[in-house]
Design a protein around this ligand. Structure first.
Ligand code: FAD
Length: 380
């Protein structure tokens, strides 16, 4: 649009935090069944169908999605799920109908595909790989995750060859309005540096609310910051597994990348490490955000996650822990996800707070990021 853009990043490299440390699922809306208004489902479905087209438009080339995709997700319904199988199936049918309504738009696709349906009606055969003492229904879906490292590479390469100026090792402390626009005050090597601009877009995720406050902007309601981790491992049988999300409650997700012989597993009771409703994360949590987890806590989480996974999949032998990833999640709501009325079951906020040249983005889910960027253009 003719703007000169400076991307200000606190770390030595950009795209290194939540968007890299996350699970990578491009959510179609299956998981948010407890938002009975259906607003989260409708939003995520549209965000997911815009995800591929907008990224491809932005980087100016087609992406080989199959190369970076996980195996497809099964939605496995726990015996003690917060919602019955029938209610979940109703939700999945609603989602599929909404998808059929949108599918006529030829521009939309889901990671390069336009499947007839988003799920297959469950049969008893689908239960076979899973432990039937724990699971009552398995719904095969067309949902996938993208390997965050691979997508990052594509986007970072594009930024390098673009006119965007990336200013690393600058931690934004505050933003203030000036007579001509804005002054963004940053800390760089213990020195304060002022950057001047006509517009400011705050996309700092876990620091978003603190920077908004420096501008005198607040949003109502209770917000939370959670730090969650996932374990990347190798196992003998990996190539045979589907990815899964166990629903609906305090369970977890397995994401399988057969081409890498690797899987990501996050079991909520063990991997949800911290939660606060403060404006920003306490500084003592910073090492955790860099995936430096206390060794005792990590050992316990690995053991218990292994047991949880073994109780779901009939045969699992984790052969090697490859990596541990932890990242922050900003969301409206604070009450436990085991409370069906918790606002954490909703993600349908308008993503952009606009104040006369200052724009603050609540990404919501990684899935929503490309669509958010398109929405931002309508304000400029
Ligand atoms: C464990 C986990 C699993 C998740 N799984 C999924 C999933 O499967 N699907 C999904 O859609 N979403 C998922 N999410 C949510 C998703 O990761 C986030 O919604 C998304 O990555 C946020 O993107 P972002 O660009 O806003 O934040 P980030 O990717 O964190 O980018 C913000 C950038 O701002 C920089 N920054 C922050 N503060 C400052 C400052 N003061 N000065 C300068 N720079 C600063 C950071 O260093 C960072 O580079 C998950 C999150 C976690 C933690």
């Amino acid at each position: 649009m003719g703007y000169r853009v400076k991307l200000v990043e606190q770390n030595a490299t950009a795209y290194n935090q939540a968007s890299l440390q996350q699970e990578g699922k491009v959510h179609l809306g299956f998981i948010y069944a407890l938002d009975t208004s259906k607003k989260t489902t409708d939003k995520l479905l549209m965000d997911a169908l815009q995800f591929g087209p907008i990224i491809e438009d932005l980087i100016g080339e087609k992406i080989d999605w199959n190369r970076i995709k996980s195996s497809r997700f099964d939605y496995i319904v726990a015996r003690d799920s917060m919602m019955s199988s029938d209610s979940l199936l109703e939700h999945y049918e609603y989602l599929n109908t909404q998808y059929h309504n949108l599918r006529s738009d030829q521009h939309l696709h889901y990671l390069g595909e336009r499947p007839q349906d988003l799920f297959i009606v469950p049969s008893r055969d689908n239960l076979t790989p899973y432990n039937q003492e724990k699971i009552v229904m398995v719904c095969p879906t067309q949902e996938y995750a993208l390997r965050p490292e691979d997508l990052r590479q594509t986007i970072v390469d594009k930024i390098k060859s673009s006119p965007i100026e990336v200013i690393t090792n600058h931690e934004v402390k505050s933003v203030q309005r000036s007579s001509y626009g804005f002054i963004t005050q940053c800390l760089c090597q213990e020195q304060l540096v002022n950057l001047e601009s006509d517009l400011v877009i705050n996309a700092a995720w876990e620091e978003k609310r603190r920077i908004d406050h420096s501008m005198g902007l607040t949003e109502d309601g209770i917000w939370s910051l959670r730090v969650k981790m996932g374990l990347i491992f190798r196992a003998d049988q990996i190539k045979k597994w589907n990815s899964f999300s166990m629903v609906l409650g305090s369970y977890g997700d397995l994401v399988v990348y057969p081409a890498y012989n690797e899987a990501y597993f996050s079991w909520y009771p063990e991997c949800m490490l911290m939660q606060t409703n403060e404006l920003e994360l306490p500084s003592s949590w910073q090492p955790t955000l860099r995936s430096q987890i206390n060794s005792g806590q990590l050992k316990k989480a690995i053991e218990r996650s292994g047991i949880a996974l073994g109780a779901i999949l009939s045969s699992v032998e984790i052969s090697e822990l490859v990596n541990v990833k932890a990242g922050a999640i900003l969301a409206r709501g604070f009450r436990s996800i085991q409370d069906p009325s918790s606002d954490l079951h909703k993600r349908h906020d308008i993503p952009i707070l606009a104040d006369n040249g200052y724009f603050s983005i609540n990404t919501g889910k990684f899935t929503s990021a490309p669509h958010n960027s398109q929405k931002l253009l309508t304000y400029l």
